[in-house]
Design a protein around this ligand. Structure first.
Ligand SMILES: NC(=O)c1ccc[n+]([C@@H]2O[C@H](COP(=O)([O-])OP(=O)(O)OC[C@H]3O[C@@H](n4cnc5c(N)ncnc54)[C@H](OP(=O)(O)O)[C@@H]3O)[C@@H](O)[C@H]2O)c1
Length: 251
C-alpha cells in the first residue's frame, strides 16, 4: 500500500483527501494543518497533525499550501529519501531542491469544497528531479488519473496561464454580467441558461467556432449601442478590450 501525507487543509487537500480515502491502493497516512483544531472538513478517520515533529514516514508528501508558502513549508520538512511534491502550476520544481527526491504533481482542474470531481478525467502534469523519481510520480499519478503527462516548468506555466484564462477569467465575466443585471435591478438568474449553454456546446464545437455576438459579426452599430449604455460604468474598458480582442482574434 502506498502511503501519502497531505500538507495543508485547503481546497486541493480536501479533494485529494476524499480521493485517497476511496482508493484501495492508497493510504492517507496523515494530514498536516496549522490550525490548532481539526478543520471541520477533514474526516475524523484521518490522523490530523499540527506539529511537524509528529509527522510519520510516508512514501509521498504532497505540499498543498498557498503557492507563496511552498518554499517555507519545504524548508521545514525532512523527508529523507521519500518523494515530496508540490501541486502548483506556476511554481518551479527547484523550490523543493533541498530534498533528495522531489517533483511536481499539478492537477489541471479547479478544486472547491462544493464540487464532486471525477479524478480519472483530470490531467495530472508531472515532473521529477531525476529519472527514478519521475517514474515514481508518474506511477502514482496513474492511480488517480488516466491523463498523466510529463511536463517541464515552462510548459506547465503555459498550461496554468491557459487554465487561468479559461476558468478564472470566464468566471469573472459571469460575475461581471451578474453585477450589471443587479445594478439595473434585473434578476441575475435570467442569464443562467445562457451561461450553461455556453459551456455545454464546447463538448461538440471548438471554442473558436462557438463564438457568437456583435464582436465576431463585426456589428459596429450594436457595439456602439452597448458602449453608450455602459458609458458611466466600470465595465466599459473591459467591454472595449474584449470586443477588440474578439474582432482581431489575436493572442
Ligand atoms: N484550488 C485549485 O483549484 C487548485 C488547482 C490546482 C492546483 N492548486 C494548488 O494547490 C495548492 C493549494 O491551493 P488551494 O486551492 O488548496 O488553496 P487554499 O484552499 O487557499 O488552501 C491553502 C492551504 O494552505 C494552508 N497554508 C497557507 N500557509 C500555510 C503555512 N505557512 N503553514 C501551513 N499551512 C499553510 C492554509 O491553511 P489555513 O487553512 O490554516 O489558512 C490552507 O490550508 C496551491 O499550490 C495551488 O496552486 C490549486
Amino acid at each position: 500500500m502506498i502511503t501519502i501525507t497531505l500538507i495543508g487543509t485547503g481546497r486541493l487537500s480536501f479533494n485529494f483527501m476524499k480521493e485517497i480515502l476511496k482508493n484501495d491502493s492508497l493510504h492517507l497516512n496523515q494530514v498536516f494543518g496549522r490550525s490548532k483544531f481539526r478543520p471541520k472538513h477533514i474526516s475524523d478517520e484521518v490522523d490530523y497533525v499540527k506539529d511537524f515533529k509528529n509527522l510519520k514516514t510516508s512514501d509521498y508528501y504532497f505540499i498543498c499550501v498557498s503557492d507563496n508558502q511552498i518554499s517555507k513549508i519545504s524548508n521545514n520538512l525532512d523527508v529523507n529519501d521519500k518523494v515530496i511534491v508540490h501541486l502548483s502550476g506556476s511554481t518551479d520544481i527547484n523550490v523543493l531542491s533541498k530534498h533528495k527526491n522531489y517533483g511536481v504533481f499539478y492537477p489541471l482542474q479547479t478544486f472547491s469544497y462544493e464540487s464532486e470531481l471525477l479524478f480519472k478525467e483530470i490531467p495530472i502534469l508531472i515532473e521529477g528531479n531525476n529519472k527514478n523519481t519521475s517514474l515514481k510520480i508518474k506511477t502514482l499519478a496513474k492511480l488517480f488519473s488516466k491523463k498523466v503527462k510529463e511536463m517541464n516548468g515552462n510548459e506547465r506555466i503555459i498550461c496554468h496561464i491557459s487554465a487561468t484564462i479559461a476558468n478564472n477569467f470566464s468566471n469573472h465575466m459571469v460575475v461581471t454580467a451578474e453585477k450589471l443585471l443587479e445594478k439595473n435591478k434585473i434578476d441575475k438568474n435570467l442569464i443562467k441558461p445562457l451561461i450553461f449553454e455556453t459551456f455545454k456546446k464546447l463538448k461538440k464545437t471548438s471554442a473558436i467556432d462557438a463564438q457568437t455576438g456583435p464582436a465576431i459579426r463585426n456589428d459596429k452599430e450594436t457595439i456602439d449601442k452597448h458602449i453608450n449604455h455602459l458609458s458611466e460604468s466600470d465595465f466599459l474598458n473591459l467591454y472595449k478590450i474584449v470586443t477588440k480582442n474578439i474582432m482581431s482574434n489575436e493572442l
